[in-house]
Design a protein around this ligand. Sequence first.
Ligand SMILES: Cc1cc2nc3c(=O)[nH]c(=O)nc-3n(C[C@H](O)[C@H](O)[C@H](O)COP(=O)(O)OP(=O)(O)OC[C@H]3O[C@@H](n4cnc5c(N)ncnc54)[C@H](O)[C@@H]3O)c2cc1C
Length: 385
Amino acid sequence: MTCPYKLLPGPSATATVPPVTPSSDLIVVGAGIVGLAHAVEAVARGLSVTVVERDERAVGASVRNFGHGCVTAQTGEALAFGERARGTWLRMGRAAGFSAVETGTVVVARAAEELAALEELADERGADDVVLLDAAAVGGRVPVTGALGGAFLPRDIRVDPRAAAPAIAAWLARQPGVTFHWATPVLGVDEGVVRTGRGELRADRVVVCTGHDLDRLLPEVAEEAGLQRCVLQMLQVRAPGLRIDPAVLTGSSMLRYPALSRTAGARALRGRWADERPDLLGAVVNHMLTQRPDGDLVVGDTHSYARTHPPFSDESLDELLLAETRSLLGVHDLRVVHRWRGVYASAEGEFLRARVAPGVTAVSVTSGIGMTTAFGLAPSVLDSF
Ligand SMILES: Cc1cc2nc3c(=O)[nH]c(=O)nc-3n(C[C@H](O)[C@H](O)[C@H](O)COP(=O)(O)OP(=O)(O)OC[C@H]3O[C@@H](n4cnc5c(N)ncnc54)[C@H](O)[C@@H]3O)c2cc1C
């Protein structure tokens, strides 16, 4: 069988490289949430697994996000994956010892179009999944200003992403038949073989879960899918005295998540913002927040798409996010504790699944919802081998 993807030359000629490692049933490349979800599912199926990660621990998108299990605002396959994933998240939180809680989401409406969008969603999904709130009820759940009303989405969950990835990896490492190779870059994959910077690994089945770095490891696959890197600016702010259990979404979120963005209300909002809020549309803002276990707020986000990005963050985007947050919370005393950029893979569809060689599948969530969906996606990928 010929493979169109050439192996990069590995360092196998050097004396320090260990010999070929005996096989596992499955090799997972990448220890972000997508790779870890595949490893968890493989363990549940009684398979032996080797996870290969280039860094000493996961530091990619999976620890840089809001930790929002945004289930209800998805549609189609993503909704089904999200529903399945939420149960796995809650079980893994208990088993591995990190925060995964059924807080739900409050979507705050501060314009008539936003209220209309939420009413359409409630009509479609029913009162169990979308609880419409009047202004007072919104205020009773989250400390925001200017709400005309809103909706509570009880199926959504919140996890602590900075704790989850390391805790799941540690839990996996305690399971029989699981091996991790940290600080081990994968240089190439082909049928039955994964070539790393430390030698070769062998397995009949390989899943490549390198997130946006798929474009560097398998550029032809990424190009075929039209993959771009989406860069998001994020803030961690200290807001003493605020308690916000649910994730909080706003009007800009309604332009983003498909169950809301397809409503007439959201389309009308976008039309009005084209004149009134070109700053939000230009920066592709999804203004939302979650509260960390330490009380700080994770605030975001902006979106910028390119195959290669400039290395410089734009301070005006952070200022825009801060201004929106001050306005939403009616709080001026917000101290920025951390700023960071997150990157995820972006393409036309929500999920990239490509068979790159017999027994080798590349998997990437290409719509910024990997925390919501990975634990639902992974079983379907393993089913496909
Ligand atoms: C700022 C931000 C906020 C987000 N918020 C949410 C949210 O609230 N809810 C939600 O559902 N989704 C959210 N997302 C999306 C979600 O975080 C991603 O979809 C998900 O984390 C992708 O997981 P991953 O495992 O594919 O990628 P990553 O977490 O990036 O992991 C990929 C791993 O592969 C490793 N790797 C790469 N190349 C190699 C190689 N050659 N050899 C070995 N290892 C390699 C990397 O080191 C990395 O650890 C957000 C994303 C960002 C950036």
